[in-house]
Design a protein around this ligand. Structure first.
Ligand code: S6P
Ligand code: ZN
Length: 214
């Protein structure tokens, strides 16, 4: 058997990005149409600053084997569309029982998490905060600060991402908006359409099939 070679990656202090990894991508504002509640504010900003990078990800993907790990960083720019803070698309893992660990590197952000039944949690992420995202929780990162927000993450290499789950529900059940001062608050998303009991059962069945190997 050929053993994998141990590796190390420095985190660039200025950019907050992991250096010398194999994969990276950037999400520009213009690619995030439909994510924010205020479509008019998005259009106005997009016309002007569509090329702006809202967030970027660099990661090390040694393989896609079930027991392996993907390790990387997400750097998020500060900003808002209307009163809603810049955020990632958000997803549940395609193999939904795969968890994730996040570690705050710099700046100030939130890990926003929603369970399949709509239960909602936020964890404030400061430098040094560790957040465990359990299996089956949809997760999204939000920059609530006025500077870059960076996090390290680590998750099982076979997890994958399912972005459709949020689109099907017209967003998460809550949005993160400015409180009008320097803080943030959680508001209900009036367009939210909860998942049906049948959809939730399908996730449970997927998990049961995977465990039994059928
Ligand atoms: C992957 C992990 C992160 C996110 C990244 C961008 O499971 O949670 O690498 O992919 O923070 O978020 P998103 O929702 O656009 O993939
Ligand atoms: Zn994830």
């Amino acid at each position: 058997m050929a053993w994998s070679e141990p590796q190390s990656f420095p985190i660039d202090v200025d950019s907050g990005l992991l250096c010398n990894t194999g994969t990276s991508y950037r999400k520009q504002l213009r690619e995030l149409a439909g994510l924010y509640a205020d479509a008019n504010a998005f259009e106005a900003m997009n016309a002007d600053r569509g090329d702006d990078i809202v967030y970027e990800v660099t990661d090390h993907r040694p393989s896609d084997a079930a027991g392996d790990l993907i390790t990387g960083t997400t750097r998020m720019s500060p900003g808002r569309v209307g009163d809603e803070f810049f955020m990632t698309r958000g997803h549940i893992h395609a193999i939904a029982d795969r968890p994730e660990m996040y570690f705050g590197l710099h700046g100030r952000g939130l890990m926003v998490m929603e369970a399949l039944d709509g239960d909602f949690r936020t964890v404030e992420m400061l430098p040094g905060t560790v957040c465990y995202v359990p299996p089956f929780w949809i997760h999204r990162s939000v920059n609530i600060g006025e500077s870059d927000f960076g996090m390290l993450f680590c998750y099982p290499a076979d997890a994958g991402q399912d972005y459709e789950i949020i689109r099907r529900s017209n967003g998460l059940s809550r949005r993160i908006v400015s409180d009008g001062h320097v803080g943030w608050k959680v508001v209900d998303n009036p367009d939210y359409s909860p998942r049906t009991a049948g959809e939730v059962q399908e996730f449970e069945a997927q998990h049961a099939r995977r465990r039994s190997g059928t």
